[in-house]
Design a protein around this ligand. Structure first.
Ligand SMILES: O=P(O)(O)OC[C@H]1O[C@H](OP(=O)(O)OP(=O)(O)O)[C@H](O)[C@@H]1O
Ligand SMILES: Nc1nc2[nH]cnc2c(=O)[nH]1
Length: 189
């Protein structure tokens, strides 16, 4: 490995070592079980299309899909407004989905609802594309009063977590650590 990459590896390992674990793996799995049950109750007969919001939604989508045992289709979209930063900016659409939403029940899956601007824009987009029913599921809703629309909530929320910069379970720290099966926050952030 080149020296620069190894220094990066050591820096990221140090961030993880210095972080607080806010939600452990068992609690994350329990949250996914509950989310999947609620989604099953509502959508088992609806032949929905499940859209993963890349990249953060990849982990939650995979965890949910293996718990959903009814017919559905899967696609993805990519819209990002953080780009490895810890504060959000303009929403940047990178990839639009392929499967049409026209006349379909749609379930959007993402890792986190923070200020909610990303999900609000995606939901508007889905309605404009002709979906008859648009729902969203997030693993985490961050608790603060800076929501883009006051009181904005996902239809399905796995966990409410305190207002810190989170990583793990799909959420990145500077592009890394999305793969961790628990939720962490760096000290001081
Ligand atoms: O509620 P908001 O304040 O809008 O933030 C939530 C969004 O931020 C993250 O995406 P990000 O833009 O970091 O891209 P990523 O999925 O590639 O990490 C996350 O995956 C959500 O999509
Ligand atoms: N990784 C990460 N991405 C986010 N996007 C919006 N809020 C967050 C957060 O707390 N962590």
């Amino acid at each position: 490995m080149n020296e620069q990459l190894d220094a990066e590896r050591q820096r990221i390992c140090q961030v993880l070592a210095d972080s607080d674990c806010l939600v452990n793996e068992a609690a994350v799995n329990q949250a996914f079980d509950q989310l999947a049950q609620a989604i099953t109750n509502d959508l088992a007969s609806a032949m929905p299309v499940v859209y993963c919001v890349m990249n953060g939604g990849l982990f939650a989508t995979a965890e949910l899909l293996k718990r959903l045992s009814f017919p559905l289709e899967v696609d993805y979209m990519q819209a990002s407004r953080y780009r490895r930063q810890t504060t959000g900016g303009e929403l940047n659409w990178r990839v639009s989905p392929e499967i049409s939403m026209q006349g379909r029940h749609v379930l959007i899956v993402d890792d986190i609802l923070d200020e909610g601007a990303t999900l609000a824009a995606i939901l508007d987009h889905c309605r404009a594309q002709g979906a008859i029913d648009v729902r969203c599921a997030v693993l985490v809703d961050k608790v603060h009063d800076r929501k883009a629309m006051p009181g904005f909530k996902a239809n399905y929320t796995g966990l409410e977590v305190e207002d810190r910069y989170l990583f793990g379970c799909g959420m990145d720290y500077q592009g890394y650590l999305r793969n961790l099966p628990a939720i962490y926050a760096p000290k001081g952030l």
